[in-house]
Design a protein around this ligand. Structure first.
Ligand code: HEC
Length: 109
């Protein structure tokens, strides 16, 4: 039993640290579209909010970045990027928030 538990725990820990599958990335992008994220954000250009590649640039050294982004997406954010605030997205589930935050951090130029 114990021999099974350890690899399982390791797996859970690893999957939390980002690394989304291609299918998860697609699902996240679709969710971002459906939720309206992409009317304020583009992957590479600043629109109302910062581009997602600049978010990655800002937080890439921070191993815990995704959990901070979950908070920003869920409760809204202001003053980190400029004068325009991001509204809260309280309708999203914890899983959806985590998926979106990990997806943003997985975006490459
Ligand atoms: C009405 C426009 C708008 C919408 C809709 C929007 N954002 Fe934002 N977003 C912003 C702005 C403006 C900022 C910069 C806020 C700041 O300066 O703190 C921002 C910041 C962010 C950040 C960086 C937060 C940080 O802590 O630095 C992330 C990540 C993000 N948005 C993701 C999302 C996701 C995912 C969605 C959809 C669920 C979304 N945004 C919807 C405008 C928007």
């Amino acid at each position: 039993m114990r021999t099974l538990l350890i690899p399982l725990l390791l797996l859970c820990g690893l999957s939390q640290a980002a690394e989304l599958s291609p299918a998860e990335k697609d699902a996240a992008q679709q969710l971002a579209k459906d939720t309206g994220c992409l009317s304020c954000h583009s992957l590479t250009e600043k629109i109302v909010g910062p581009s997602y590649t600049s978010v990655v640039e800002k937080y890439k050294a921070d191993a815990d970045a995704a959990s901070g982004l979950v908070q920003s997406i869920q409760y809204g954010s202001k003053g980190k990027w400029g004068r325009i605030p991001m509204p809260a997205h309280s309708q999203l589930s914890a899983d959806q928030l985590k998926l979106l935050a990990s997806w943003v951090m997985s975006i490459q130029k």
